[in-house]
Design a protein around this ligand. Structure first.
Ligand code: VG1
Ligand code: CO
Length: 543
């Protein structure tokens, strides 16, 4: 066995997006494609030499092959030890925890998250730093720059390792530890929440249902909700991870989880339900006759941290991504904690969490998390809600309605236009940006613009600046429309239009969401010319 150097050339287009490098499986299967990117990581992060690396993925098609390649490259690049999940599996939050707990220098996570899998689907790879969080913008740029310098990569010619058995093994001088993907994460969760209270609540006969969407969250959910908390067997559906996610979209939202939404209607529906995405960092929360929007979920958790053991020390501050509704801001203002608005993508929460400025954060895209790891965390969010239900002795719907009554309701919806020609997406955004300077004070479809800008963010901890993070247009009275192009898609451009409207008076809290938002949607259309640019009368996915 020895390390060999394989000649390679630069492969264009290996620029990570919102969360790592995502491409079609067929692209990743091209000769040298994965290897070049992994070598770029070793070049851009020289500190991995002689250190520990965490490795795992969401089990999608190509996961197993890529894990073997990366192990051999880690050996050839001088990594001392790799902690790899059994069968190459690790959820994103579990990988983040493992990096932190074991003092690893970083981790490589294989996932395209909520994107479909299988041979025709998507694959992805991302690097997380020693704090357990996604590489920040500077490191991401350094990795991309390294992909443009590749002339060769280093790889061991050793045979594939058996990853079915737990324990220590070696590969060409590299120490490999095959770990139980769930054990450490499950132990962490039990330190954060009142498991006895949740157990008692379940014993009273409350019913729960979880949907792992055939993704990596299944084993975590089964162990925590069924084995440890005692929910009946089969409370977790679609629990066995599959390479193609059963042919579905592993994206927990009301569109892709229509069956779960349906199952939560009516008097005999379960009391609580949740679903998770491909790498188990996203969550959707439901109660009987109630789908909780992610923005509301974040705000409700923020308003109830005093009831959750994890936040015993109080809540210094919280943060949301820019397009996420301002329901969190309303709680922050009333309760007097700091509230930060960051660009889309979990990497932007990292510095605030590390500095202790925030302990809770979330995104409108079904992502919620806290300072126990440096990623969003789907199973954690479901446990937080269960803990609340057990302590507050109210239903999900009662908690949500009481929250609206106290803080007002932020009606919210995201309209996605998927797979557009790149030129159409770019033209729409360019048209909007060209109009920004003249919009303030103008009346658009009956709404008066109070602010219009292209969101720029200065990190309060390290001062780094991120520009062009999305166009936001605010209207008098608290409505808002936000426009940005997705950075996780693998086909053309995806336009995301985020609509929000604030209603303080409880008498106005029962409108259908799209009806309540119709005036904002009309203003968004008038501003951006969505129909003309996309040629579509309606969004492809409305959540
Ligand atoms: C989307 C979401 C964003 C999230 C990102 C990664 O990005 O909007 O909020 O952080 O996915 O989530 P974009 O650029 O497509 O809007 V995950 O669970 O796919 O890693
Ligand atoms: Co995800």
């Amino acid at each position: 066995m020895s390390s060999i150097s394989i000649a390679s050339g630069v492969i264009a287009g290996q620029k990570p997006g919102t969360s790592g490098l995502r491409k079609k499986v067929a692209v990743f299967q091209q000769p040298h494609y994965l290897e070049n990117f992994v070598q770029a990581i070793f070049l851009a992060v020289p500190g991995l030499r002689g250190q520990t690396l965490v490795l795992g993925g969401d089990g999608r098609y190509h996961n197993a092959a890529a894990i073997q390649t990366i192990l051999k490259m880690a050996a050839a690049n001088g990594v001392a030890r790799v902690l790899v999940g059994r069968l190459g599996l690790l959820s994103t939050p579990a990988a983040s925890h493992l990096i932190r707990q074991r003092g690893a220098a970083g981790g490589i996570i294989l996932s395209a998250s909520h994107n479909p899998g299988g041979p025709e689907g998507d694959f992805g790879i991302k690097f997380n730093a020693g704090n357990g969080g996604p590489a920040n913008e500077q490191l991401t740029e350094a990795i991309h720059a390294a992909t443009l310098q590749i002339t060769a990569y280093q790889i061991s010619d050793a045979a594939d390792l058996d990853l079915t058995r737990l324990g220590e093994t070696t590969l060409d001088g590299l120490q490999v530890e095959v770990v139980d993907p769930v054990a450490d994460y499950a132990a962490l969760m039990q330190r954060l929440f009142d498991f006895d209270a949740i157990r008692a609540w379940l014993r009273e006969g409350h019913k729960v249902r979880f949907d792992a969407l055939h993704a990596v969250g299944g084993p975590y959910a089964v162990q925590l909700f069924e084995d440890i908390l005692g929910a009946p067997i089969n409370s977790v559906r679609n629990a066995a991870p599959q390479a193609d996610f059963g042919g579905g979209h592993p994206d927990p939202n009301p569109v892709y989880c229509a069956e779960l939404v349906e199952a939560m209607q009516g008097a005999s529906a379960p009391d609580f339900a949740a679903a998770f995405d491909g790498d188990a960092d996203r969550n959707m929360i439901l109660g009987r006759n109630m789908v909780v929007t992610p923005s509301d979920s974040l705000a409700i958790l923020a308003a109830n941290t005093h009831l959750l053991p994890q936040f015993r020390a109080g809540l210094p501050g919280a943060a949301r991504s820019m397009p996420t509704s301002r329901a969190l801001d309303a709680v922050a203002q009333a309760r007097g904690f700091a509230c930060f608005e960051v660009p889309t993508g979990w990497k932007f929460f990292g510095n605030l969490l590390d500095a202790g400025r925030i302990a809770l954060c979330g995104e409108e895209s079904y992502g919620t998390g806290a300072d126990h790891v440096r990623e969003k965390d789907g199973v954690w969010a479901a446990l937080a809600w269960l803990n609340l239900l057990a302590v507050r002795r109210q239903s999900v719907a009662e908690i949500v309605r009481a929250h609206w009554a106290e803080f007002g309701r932020h009606y919210y919806s995201r309209h996605d236009y998927e797979g557009l020609p790149q030129a159409a997406g770019d033209a729409l955004m360019a048209g909007l940006r060209a109009r920004l300077a003249s919009l303030q004070g103008q009346v658009v479809a009956g709404l008066t613009v109070s602010l219009a800008d292209d969101f720029a963010y200065t990190d309060p901890v390290d001062g780094s600046v991120s520009e062009k993070q999305g166009v936001r247009v605010e209207f008098e009275g608290g409505a808002r429309a936000v426009f940005r192009l997705s950075g996780t898609g693998t086909e053309g451009a995806t336009l995301r239009v985020y609509l929000e409207r604030y209603v303080a008076n409880p008498a106005g809290h029962d409108e259908p969401v799209q009806v309540a938002l119709a005036p904002v949607a009309a203003a968004a259309e008038a501003l951006a010319g969505i129909v003309a640019h996309t040629g579509r009368a309606q969004a492809d996915v409305i959540t």
